[in-house]
Design a protein around this ligand. Structure first.
Ligand SMILES: Nc1nc2c(c(=O)[nH]1)N[C@H]1C(S)=C(S)[C@@H](COP(=O)(O)O)O[C@H]1N2
Ligand SMILES: [Mo]
Length: 504
């Protein structure tokens, strides 16, 4: 009985190993051809796309940025269970086990081919998996059967298992290394801006412990996107096509884009999924070509287009209202972030940055196409998922310090944080309210421009007990932040950030 169970487990393990070989070598094949065509990623992204919006929101709320790791983990777990089944079946009839493996690859192939910008070459990694996984299973099964007839069989089986496992691991690692070496942001030399931003004033970073830094370092910048991996694109292979309702279709290379006059702007990016007081907001200095200059290369066709549909390298789409993107705001086709090429996580080699609109309708990373069209004709990724198409960033203030439920010593406490009101004249004032009392003016940090956030602080002499701190902002155009609560869906959260602290 024990032995039978062990033997079944061993065959299950053969199935898992064979599958890992297929996955590892397919990953390597994808790295050598098109990293976006990796079957693992294609399956994962398809699952993400098919996940209903409420469930996705729940995952982001519950797991934060780990939501995708958890998703990939569950997909992988499911695959491994089927792989184990393939191994167990192969013991009775090899063809049956192999069929399960091929069926698994078949599902992945459908996922790969239904990705929006897929080509036939993208099937190559799947073909590699479909050949190598059954071959590895065959090898393991043969070795096992032969070993059963000989005395020194155990050693051969162990050696074979080790060799197969090493092949899987080496394939996966080599795939990673190859794709990384193919394109490095560090290798890109950025031009100086023709229109530089004024020096950013020193913020309150050193004066107010615990406050958000005035400029967000690239490595700390929040990341929100639908991808499971960090896309590895090469600037040399990159092109941008401007098409749709244009005078003439134009395609630009990376060098051609770099040759255009660049501007530099300080802009605070904000995610529509950010809840009041949440972390999905960051301030950076962006370098890029004005979006209108890029669109002018193609010329506007008839006047019927009302949307810019931007597409990323994998076919994911984001829509921006054409009128807003071209109303004079500093919309950029950006290549630089805080003095460096864009990090891969933030869209290398090229992304959009459009101040005043939430990232999901403006900030396309890994940009490859700008299509002038109408909302009637084409719907972007989040439009299909019922998010708003017109979503200006709402005025918001956040308390960074003290933290919610902090235990503080009585006496001087500095309350501080950031506030933003992009494309509304920036932040004109921030007010703090303690225990439901009167609103009092906080002191503002230096001004980084209307599209940039502003730090603020308020000195408070705290007495023992429980206290409630609230904050609100007023924009430069006189508009106050609303206290009316709203959830992120469909056009951004609102309400006041308020928290409790205990003083003793
Ligand atoms: N290609 C692509 N671009 C994208 C997204 C995406 O999922 N795919 N997410 C958008 C969203 S929702 C936001 S808030 C910003 C975030 O940019 P960041 O990750 O650089 O902070 O990118 C936008 N650009
Ligand atoms: Mo977002």
């Amino acid at each position: 009985m024990r032995i039978r169970l062990l033997r079944t487990l061993l065959w299950a393990w053969y199935g898992v190993l064979a599958t890992l070989v297929g996955i590892g070598l397919a990953h390597l094949a994808a790295a050598l051809t098109d990293p976006a065509a990796s079957p693992v990623l294609a399956v994962g992204s398809t699952v993400i796309d098919l996940t209903p919006t409420p469930m996705k929101e729940w995952a982001i709320r519950t797991f934060g940025s780990a939501d995708k790791t958890i998703l990939v983990g569950s997909v992988l777990a499911g695959v491994l269970v089927l792989a184990a089944l393939a191994g167990v079946l192969a013991r009775r009839r090899f063809a049956l086990g192999a069929a399960v493996l091929v069926a698994l690859v078949g599902v992945a192939a459908v996922a790969v081919l239904t990705r929006p910008e897929a080509g036939p070459l993208d099937l190559l990694p799947c073909v590699v998996a479909a050949v190598t996984a059954p071959a590895a299973l065959r090898l393991l099964a043969r070795t096992h059967e032969e070993a059963a007839r000989r005395d020194d069989g155990r050693r051969t089986v162990l050696l074979t298992i080790t060799a197969v496992a090493a092949t899987a691991a080496l394939g996966g690692i080599a795939g990673r290394v190859v794709s990384r070496l193919r394109a490095r942001p560090e290798d890109v030399a950025l031009p100086a801006p023709a229109d530089p931003a004024p020096p950013l004033p020193r913020g309150l970073d050193d004066q107010v412990p615990g406050i958000t830094r005035f400029r967000t370092p690239n490595t700390d910048f929040y990341r929100v996107d639908t991808r499971l991996d960090v896309p590895v694109l090469s600037a040399d292979d990159w092109t941008l096509t401007i098409d749709g309702d244009v005078g003439r279709k134009v395609t630009l290379t990376f060098d051609e884009l770099l040759a255009m006059p660049m501007v530099e702007r300080d802009i605070t990016l904000t995610c529509v999924s950010n809840s009041v007081g949440g972390p999905y907001v960051g301030g950076a200095r962006w370098l890029g070509v004005p979006l209108t200059d890029v669109l002018d290369l193609a010329g506007i066709g008839s006047t019927r287009a009302d949307q810019i549909l931007s597409t990323d390298f994998a076919g994911m789409t984001i829509s921006t209202p054409l009128a807003l993107a071209t109303d004079g705001r500093d919309a950029l086709v950006a290549v630089g972030m805080n003095g460096k090429a864009l990090p891969r996580e933030h869209g290398f080699p090229v992304r959009l940055v459009i101040p005043g609109l939430y990232g999901f309708i403006s900030a396309t990373k890994w940009l490859t196409r700008l299509t002038l069209t109408t909302y009637d004709k084409k719907q972007a990724y989040w439009t299909e998922r019922d998010w708003a198409t017109d979503a200006p960033i709402k005025i918001s203030a956040r308390i960074d310090t003290p933290k919610a439920l902090a235990e503080l010593d009585a006496g001087d406490v500095v309350v501080g944080g950031v506030a933003w009101a992009q494309e509304r004249g920036g932040i004109a004032g921030v007010q703090v309210r303690l225990d439901g009392g009167p609103w009092v003016d906080a002191q503002l940090g230096p001004d980084g421009g209307d599209d940039y956030w502003r730090q603020w602080f308020h000195r408070w002499s705290a007495e023992p007990g429980s206290h409630r701190i609230a904050v609100r902002a007023v924009a430069g155009n006189g508009e106050p932040q609303t206290a009316v609560r709203a959830e992120p869906f469909p056009n951004g959260a609102s309400g006041l950030h308020e928290l409790l602290v205990r003083v003793s």
